[in-house]
Design a protein around this ligand. Structure first.
Ligand code: ADP
Ligand code: MG
Length: 314
């Protein structure tokens, strides 16, 4: 394998004080190769957005390490984060929240370039080129966010994210707030940009159909931990963790496989302040047995790069 672009090892993020701290991210290890799209799925509250913010170093990890492009960036602070901010960008669910309503579209896209110190004329050309590249003609530069549709605003947010030529874009539910008719267009745009610029994405979504469509590899998050990773097609065909099976069986299928087990998640996940001992999924797992309460299952290798943290996997 080529050297990873991003490498997380044992990353931890807690909110609040022990013993009642929320264990939002609890020992996550994950790698993303240059140009790779890794989908991050899991129920609401499983820690996906927190992990995305840690990756972009908008939050500081409490433990573990984060390497980016061969450098340890775990403890980078303040000005030293500048170059990293250019390399790792974020696109959020709600583009309206990430755009200043008083700034024109042109100014929003110019914002990161101004900080970079590029001369004005070059910046203007680059803004026009970026807007064009995301499918918004030059006329958009003078418009304001409230004059745009949700899809157009997300295109502006994407243009802005690409302004400094990042290597990794963390997309946190980038199409979840968009009309279904617009989603495919924005997903197509993200795919085109990836191909054109060799971008890697950490693509966070609770929507498994979207992740199936965009991700080379998937990581399944449950209560602050990654419980399964693997090539997307393989995980879909042969999920190794009961939690992944439950998530997948909740997706409506056009052609249900005859005899395929259906497994539904009942009730809310346990509190991230006081997760269950052993396997954190055991209180909702139909396959749980005595050892699951005492053993914290290590990742089991299932071949072809697939791993699942379940005592019954393999
Ligand atoms: P997801 O994106 O998967 O829905 P989040 O990362 O947003 O999950 O949240 C994970 C857990 O961390 C949740 O229990 C959430 O309430 C908690 N959390 C997230 N951000 C904060 C914060 N700034 N302060 C306190 N708790 C937080
Ligand atoms: Mg989230």
């Amino acid at each position: 394998m080529t050297a990873p672009l991003l490498q997380l090892d044992g990353v931890v993020k807690r909110f609040g004080r022990a013993p009642d701290a929320v264990q939002a991210v609890d020992g996550v290890s994950l790698a993303i190769a240059p140009g790779e799209v890794v989908g991050l799925v899991g129920e609401s509250g499983s820690g996906k957005s927190t992990l995305g913010r840690l990756v972009a170093r908008l939050a500081d990890p409490d433990a573990g390490s984060i390497r980016f492009d061969g450098q340890d960036v775990t403890h980078r602070q303040g000005r030293a984060l500048g170059p990293l901010r250019a390399q790792i960008q974020l696109v959020f669910q709600d583009p309206y929240a990430s755009l200043n309503p008083r700034d024109t579209v042109g100014r929003a896209v110019d914002d990161p370039l101004r900080v970079s110190g590029l001369p004005r004329a070059e910046r203007r050309d680059r803004v026009a080129w970026l807007l064009d590249r995301v499918g918004l003609g030059g006329g958009f530069a003078d418009r304001y966010p409230h004059e745009l549709s949700g899809g157009q605003r997300q295109r502006v947010a994407i243009a802005r994210a690409l302004a400094l030529r990042p290597k990794l874009v963390v997309c946190d539910e980038p199409v979840s707030a968009l009309d279904v008719s617009i989603r495919a267009q924005v997903l197509d745009l993200l795919a085109e940009l990836r191909a054109e610029f060799g971008l890697a994405y950490l693509f966070i979504s609770h929507d498994l159909a979207v992740v199936r469509h965009v991700a080379d590899r998937v990581a399944v998050m449950h209560l602050g931990r990654i419980v399964e990773t693997g090539p997307t097609a393989r995980v879909w065909a042969r999920p190794g963790h009961p939690y992944t099976r439950a998530l997948l069986s909740a997706v409506p299928r056009l052609h249900p496989r005859p005899g395929a087990e259906r497994m539904l998640l009942e009730g809310d996940p346990p509190s991230p302040r006081h997760p269950p001992s052993g396997c954190r999924f055991r209180t909702r797992c139909p396959l749980a047995f005595d050892r699951c309460a005492v053993e914290d299952p290590p990742p089991v290798d299932l071949g072809d790069g697939q791993q699942a943290t379940c005592l019954l996997a393999g």
